[in-house]
Design a protein around this ligand. Structure first.
Ligand code: G1P
Length: 276
């Protein structure tokens, strides 16, 4: 089944980038000249998705504005510079954008649950735009849709190996390797201490979820910080054999950290220099 909708949980405050993110959503910070959120939307489009569902908050209207036409600006740059808005205008013309406000930040699971009414009763993708992914061939989400087609009724999470000392920043999985780089998950833990980690296979911000996840989220208790974690909800489905972890091809930058954001900018700058 073609996945047609992608959820973007973008309500977070981006505190690691303050003061830059006081008035500007962290998803609008640019990698070269393109905001992070646009990279995420382009990845969704590359996987055949045309509806972008944003879970946002009232301070982040710049995201919505970015995906709306700006006729005055277009008029003022007509001529030599008109191409500068071509990519985003193409996105605006071909995709639908829907929005819902997340009143309180109570974990990724709760953010995804908040988007329920935007999604309907079908499989959907989730992109965390902080995790910027790039690949010379098929995008990470496109690769995942291929895996989803092979494992119907399963949720798919993208994983990569991380250094053991970093496991406490991620959801960590354990599972049985079914084929190269594809695991049936049998256990998963959100942000374990390195000495308690099940493995060094970390979930990165790409998911394909079945609508079953919503009923599970309703019954998933909050963690010790009062947050509802998608990892905990997925564990319920993993115990039924319904979660697949996929070690993707490509590169990921953790643009939620200043270092990762710098690395991404340097990487894309180098690439642009070779291919201006
Ligand atoms: C979230 C998830 C975590 C996942 C990570 C990927 O954490 O809860 O399981 O590994 O995204 O970036 P966050 O980075 O929002 O704290």
């Amino acid at each position: 089944m073609q996945i047609s909708k992608c959820l973007f949980p973008v309500a977070g405050y981006g505190t690691r980038f303050l003061p830059a993110t006081k008035a500007i959503p962290k998803e609008m910070l640019p990698i070269l000249t393109k905001p992070l959120i646009q990279y995420g939307v382009e990845e969704a489009i590359s996987a055949g998705i045309t509806t972008m569902a944003m879970v946002t908050n009232k301070y982040k209207s710049a995201i919505q504005q970015h995906f709306e036409p700006h006729f005055e600006l277009e008029k003022s740059i007509s001529g030599a510079k008109s191409g500068l808005l071509a990519e985003v205008n193409e996105i605006i013309q071909t995709c639908d954008f829907t929005y819902v406000e997340q009143p309180q930040m109570l974990g990724l699971g709760q953010a995804i649950y908040t988007g329920k009414n935007l999604l309907g009763n079908e499989d959907f993708a989730v992109i965390l735009p902080d995790d910027l992914c790039t690949n010379s061939a098929a995008s990470v989400l496109k690769q995942m849709t291929g895996v989803a087609a092979k494992y119907p009724d399963c949720c798919i999470v993208a994983i990569e190996e991380v250094p053991l000392e970093s496991v406490n920043k991620y959801g960590i999985i354990a599972g049985e390797e079914l084929e190269k780089g594809i695991f049936r998950v049998n256990n998963m833990v959100e942000k374990p201490a390195p000495e308690q980690a099940l493995s060094n296979l970390a979930i990165i911000g790409r998911y394909i979820l079945t609508p079953e996840i919503f009923a599970v989220l309703e019954n998933t208790p909050a963690d010790k910080n009062g947050e509802i974690q998608i990892t905990d909800a997925l564990l319920t489905l993993a115990k039924q054999g319904k979660v697949i972890a996929y070690q993707f091809q490509g590169k990921r930058f953790d643009c939620g950290s200043v270092q990762g954001f710098l690395n991404a900018n340097n990487y894309f700058a180098k690439k642009a220099a070779f291919n201006p």
